[in-house]
Write a protein that binds this ligand. Structure first.
Ligand SMILES: [Zn+2]
Ligand SMILES: [Zn+2]
Length: 383
């Protein structure tokens, strides 16, 4: 482990002011513009930052001096660990953000201490702020509706589904600040996102009212997203609707929901399929019901009739003699394709005895003679 005084280039007797000045100088030396393509740049910044964190805190500095006096940095020594509150580790995002923002030039290196980490920490997560950095959050699930024709529901079809979802603003890349500007650290909470409220013996932390807990404030909002950092955009997804899909079937498309927060996974997209009703066929599970009109004589005497199938062809149906109105005849495997497990449902042909509405004189006479010849149905029903 390097000597922190050497890292900052100050004598062991340096004052707090000298340490602060030395840190500013060293930090600027790590500026990416001066270190183009130098991979040790980040490492050096990290060391400088760590040295400053320790030496700028009188308590930690005292501990450090004590340790180095005892030879804690000699061969085989365990090294120095700052006391309570220190040693939180170094977040590489802080460095990246610092680089993006010009390597310190835009920051006021006035009151360092904890503010430094708040400053970088809050900026590193954009609007999220330090307080909310910890937990990754899964994105929300989204739902989209799509309508397919009855025929497509039987054959399967690929559809384009438009999905309106929030996305990172393309103009400001999510910072909410107008191009050429960056969010500023909130002066009320110094980037913490919370403010302490002393009420008697209790110290309560409240979300900062100025920045609403973000830790940063946007002085000039991005014109595209009005400072929210979020832009709704319509994405179109190609969705394969499988053969045999029913009205209301939900298709899950993994990872196409809203984006996750802070590295969390994206949510899922659920596509709800609506099937247009058909004029002839009615879906019942994997079966299809078809009404088959027959004449009274066909129902009474039996007949072979031609009926349409959902596939578009025709098949012959045997109507047994003495079929009552509403009798259902099953044609195996002529129904809808099954979504899982393959195969098809059945076609249910429902016999419908057609009653003629308009009759000419001759037809009337024939029916009257037929009626008189047949047994009285009420005598059978009521006795
Ligand atoms: Zn604030
Ligand atoms: Zn924007």
């Amino acid at each position: 482990m390097a000597d922190f005084y050497q890292t900052l280039g100050v004598p062991k007797t340096a004052s707090q002011d000298e340490i602060k000045k030395a840190f500013r100088k060293k930090a600027r030396e790590c500026h990416p513009d001066r270190n183009a393509g130098d991979p040790t740049c980040e490492e050096r910044f990290k060391e400088v930052n760590q040295a400053y964190e320790t030496l700028s805190d009188p308590e930690k500095r005292k501990q450090y001096d004590e340790y180095s006096r005892l030879g804690a940095f000699g061969p085989g020594a365990g090294g120095f660990r700052p006391g309570a509150g220190g040693g939180q580790g170094f977040d590489p995002r802080i460095f990246q953000q610092w680089q993006q923002q010009g390597g310190g030039a835009t920051f006021e290196f006035g009151d360092m201490g904890d503010i430094l980490s708040n400053l970088f920490g809050a900026a590193a997560t954009g609007r999220g702020g330090r307080r909310r950095r910890a937990a990754a959050e899964r994105g929300a699930d989204l739902q989209a509706d799509v309508t397919v024709s009855f025929k497509d529901s039987l054959d399967g079809v690929t559809v384009r589904v438009p999905v309106d979802k929030p996305d990172t603003c393309a103009t400001c890349h999510g910072t909410g600040a107008a191009p050429g500007t960056t969010p500023k650290i909130c002066p009320d909470c110094e980037g913490r996102g919370v403010v302490a409220q002393n009420q008697g013996p209790f110290a309560l932390s409240q979300p900062c009212p100025r920045c609403h807990g973000a830790g940063t404030i946007v002085e000039k909002p991005c014109p595209t997203c009005h400072g929210s950092g979020v832009q709704r955009r319509t994405r179109r997804y190609s969705v394969k609707v499988p053969a045999g899909v029913k009205d209301g079937t939900r298709i899950r498309i993994k990872g196409k929901g809203e984006a996750g927060q802070r590295g969390g996974p994206a949510g899922d997209l659920y596509v709800v399929v609506h099937v247009e009703p058909d004029e002839l066929f009615e879906r019942r599970g994997d079966d299809l019901v078809l009404d088959v009109p027959v004449t009274l004589s066909e129902a009474a005497l039996g007949a072979r009739v031609r009926i349409p199938t959902p596939g578009g062809g025709k098949v012959s149906l045997k109507v047994p003699a003495g079929s009552r109105d509403g009798r259902t005849l099953r044609l195996r495997g002529k129904g809808a394709p099954k979504l899982r497990g393959g195969g098809h449902g059945d076609l249910l042909a429902r016999v419908r005895i057609a009653v003629p509405e308009k009759l000419d004189k001759e037809q009337k006479e024939l029916l009257e003679r037929l009626g008189a010849a047949l047994p009285d149905p009420r005598a059978a029903a009521f006795g």
